[in-house]
Unconditional design. Structure first.
Length: 341
């Protein structure tokens, strides 16, 4: 599951447990049989699912008071939240747009007029970070910042006596997340610590190319774990000691705050909104974009200077407990739902 899907599921379950009547409508419902097979074809999938999505919106929106629309960027913005916002307003509903994409700046530069025309049907725009809030401000769009939530009960803090070279990546295997840089950095790490291991969670279009690169670099003890069921992910965090991230475009990665919760120091590029959640050498280690050598050196520094790794893990966990938990955001969401008009 991607970050938006995880956050949607988490909010849904938490509010339902409190007795709220909360429904969920997927943008891409899965069809059985031959229709399901046709959904695997890129453009055919859109032709099949979009009309069904519109019909579902018309059928289900009337029974609810507030629409909470999770939004990405570009074409996805037009296909999913845009029609929901328009139909919601036609039925006189309150509409909250929850925009998550780290590509917001490019999206707004390319399509500012189109985005603003859709936002006329939206009562409140919510973003998960100050980074996105600043971007929207530059385009004259007012937003409310409510951060993502980590499941503290699932990602339990583990006090490590020593941090071992057991490294973890948890990102979709797509170009913007630059797993290539991590593999190249791991070559440097393994040159210094031959016993180091790297586990990569996730699937994506680059998997075959990344496996080939790992072979080309003669890397040992690299595991491509593939797509992992959400309930099983905390176990991987517990079994590893340091999280690596090399994204080129980003916002507020859920995997990073999950690492905070689990007591794992994070070594990351300073992409997008990441410097808003990681203070270098305080709550994590930051390196320039696509700098494989620095990514490796910062990881080795944590392993060589255990006191620094412990201090970072402790500070990151404390910050996570204050900012990215359900008690810290619950009232903010209720205020948004009640006040938007």
């Amino acid at each position: 599951m991607g970050g938006q899907a995880v956050q949607a599921s988490d909010l849904l379950q938490r509010f339902r447990r409190e007795g709220y009547d909360v429904g969920f409508l997927p943008v891409n419902p899965k069809y059985p049989g031959i229709l399901g097979l046709l959904q695997r074809i890129k453009y055919v999938r859109t032709l099949l699912t979009w009309p069904a999505y519109l019909i579902s919106l018309l059928a289900r929106i009337p029974r609810y008071d507030v629409l909470h629309l999770f939004s990405a960027s570009y074409l996805s913005f037009l296909l999913a939240p845009a029609p929901a916002a328009i139909i919601g307003k036609l039925f006189g509903k309150r509409v909250v747009l929850n925009y998550h994409s780290g590509e917001a700046e490019d999206h707004l530069q390319r399509s500012s007029a189109a985005v603003k025309s859709i936002l006329k049907f939206v009562d409140c725009v919510v973003v998960p970070s100050q980074y996105l809030q600043q971007i929207f401000d530059r385009f004259g769009i007012e937003t409310t910042a409510i951060p993502n939530v980590v499941e503290m009960e699932a990602f339990r803090f583990r006090q490590r006596k020593t941090f071992q070279p057991r490294l973890l990546v948890s990102r979709t295997l797509e170009p913007i997340y630059n797993i290539t840089c991590i593999l190249k950095a791991f070559r440097f790490i393994q040159d210094s610590i031959p016993a180091a291991s790297l586990t990569i969670l996730g699937s994506g279009s680059q998997e075959l190319a990344l496996r080939a690169l790992a072979d080309e670099l003669s890397l040992q003890q690299v595991s491509f774990a593939g797509r992992i069921e959400r309930r099983d992910i905390p176990r991987y965090y517990a079994d590893h000691d340091i999280m690596l991230n090399a994204s080129n475009i980003d916002n507020l990665p859920l995997s990073i705050i999950e690492a905070f919760a689990a007591g794992m120091p994070v070594v990351s590029t300073e992409a997008g909104g990441i410097p808003f959640i990681i203070r270098n050498r305080e709550t994590g280690m930051l390196v320039p974009l696509n700098d494989c050598r620095r990514l490796a050196d910062s990881t080795l520094e944590l392993l060589e200077h255990q006191e620094l790794a412990h201090a970072i893990a402790s500070a990151a966990y404390t910050e996570c407990s204050k900012l990215y938990t359900w008690p810290s955001v619950r009232a903010k969401w209720l205020q948004v739902y009640e006040s938007c008009h």
